[in-house]
Ligand binder design. Structure first.
Ligand code: GN1
Ligand code: MG
Length: 372
């Protein structure tokens, strides 16, 4: 067991006595544990997380966002008379000191949330229903937050989806080449240099006032949504650390990136990595059913571009991390970040090859959605 978990959970003793804790999920940033604890003669499951404070440098501000967002969604569900609230929004639990974050003796930040039973996440979509349901859930998440009161949320990672800055960071990493890996990534470097223009499109539309900044999740990869284990229906969005001001297209883009591909993010056989049109169809319908009501024409026109841009950007981030010696994303093998970068760039190519047909589907469904 992680050396801290036992000690940390003692500060959450009002939620039970620790029985078991094991690593949980496949996130690349935080450390996550599934904890079983005895409470009132019953075993209750929790998710305990150590927030990576190199990445999230202001965990307290992050938790302010987290509580505002989950509180607002909870209120909405209550107003609607929903009977399954504890499974449709994350529930943050307080430490015995009454805080939503516990800080351990080494200065690590820990958060406890209720585990949602009979739920599952998938790393690669297994069927079209999963693609549809996940996209709908993320769309719905944005829809629930359009009227969040109390002013803008904190930027938990400034410039998180700033493509031009991400590209600059890559160029600097390439120039420095501190890990001596640039030679082994020549094809990827060239690919990125010839596609960097894609990063300029959305910032221009934002500057022209054609695309609004909304409240977005910003990490809508397929395994950040819980599905009901029995019905397969979307339950709730998880991994809320990056919920902050952003573009709807970022969220749509990251579902495209992770739910339309037939292969894992780190697949080494690139022939398996493709943007599958039937999955795109399902994701598009799902997202429009969840969020379509408030997207404007420019957003709708740029949905496909959002998918391409986010996929290119995550690929850029993997490549940058590879070049700098794997400092940011957790890696489990040599070249892991390069493998991840390759799948992303292959997906960008696959999107490019099918862009016209994707755009036709957008027009077809967006129209239907408007007249519905
Ligand atoms: C990280 O934590 P996780 O694994 O859900 C990353 C995302 C990337 C993703 C790539 C805070 O998400 O931005 O898209 O890996 N989160 C952060 O798999 O950087
Ligand atoms: Mg995650």
């Amino acid at each position: 067991m992680d050396k801290y978990v036992e000690e940390v959970f003692r500060h959450f003793s009002q939620h039970g006595q620790l029985v078991q804790a094991k690593p949980f999920g496949s996130g690349h940033i935080n450390d996550t544990f599934l904890v079983k604890a005895g409470l009132d003669g019953q075993i209750t499951k929790y998710v305990l997380q150590r927030i990576n404070h190199d990445v999230f440098t202001d965990p307290l501000a992050l938790m302010v966002n987290y509580i505002r967002v989950t509180g607002h969604i909870r209120e909405k569900l209550q107003d609607r008379g929903d009977t399954d609230i504890f499974r449709k929004v994350l529930t943050v639990l307080k430490s015995d000191e009454g805080e939503s974050l516990h800080i351990d003796t080494d200065g690590n930040y820990w958060r406890l949330v209720l585990h949602i039973d009979h739920s599952l996440t998938v790393d690669v979509v297994e069927n079209l229903d999963q693609a549809y349901e996940s996209a709908k859930e993320f769309g719905n998440f944005q829809a629930m937050l359009v009227d969040l009161p109390g002013g803008p949320l904190h930027d938990t990672i400034p410039d998180f989806h700033n493509g031009p800055k991400r590209y600059q960071a890559f160029l600097e990493a390439l120039r420095a080449d501190i890990a001596g890996r640039a030679d082994s990534a020549k094809a990827e470097i060239e690919f990125l240099q010839s596609h960097a223009y894609i990063f300029d499109v959305l910032p221009k539309l934002v500057a022209q006032g054609k695309i609004p900044v909304r409240i977005t999740h910003n990490d809508t990869k397929i395994n950040n949504v819980l599905l009901d284990a029995d019905t397969g229906k979307g339950l709730c969005a998880i991994d809320l650390d990056t919920v902050m001001p952003g573009l709807s297209l970022y969220d749509f883009g990251d579902i495209i990136r992770t739910a339309t591909s037939s292969a894992a993010e780190d697949e080494q056989d690139l022939s398996k990595v493709n943007m599958e049109m039937d999955r795109f169809d399902a994701v598009l319908r799902g997202f429009l059913d969840g969020a379509g009501g408030f997207l404007n024409d420019t957003e709708i026109d740029n949905l496909v571009l959002g998918g391409k841009m986010i996929t290119l950007m995550i690929g850029t981030r993997f490549l940058t991390d590879y070049l700098t010696g794997d400092k940011y994303f957790k890696v489990h093998r040599l070249g892991h970040n390069l493998d991840r970068c390759r799948t992303q760039f292959k997906l960008v190519e696959s999107i490019e090859a099918q862009e016209k047909k994707m755009q036709e589907l957008v027009i077809k469904y967006a129209r239907k959605n408007m007249t519905a």
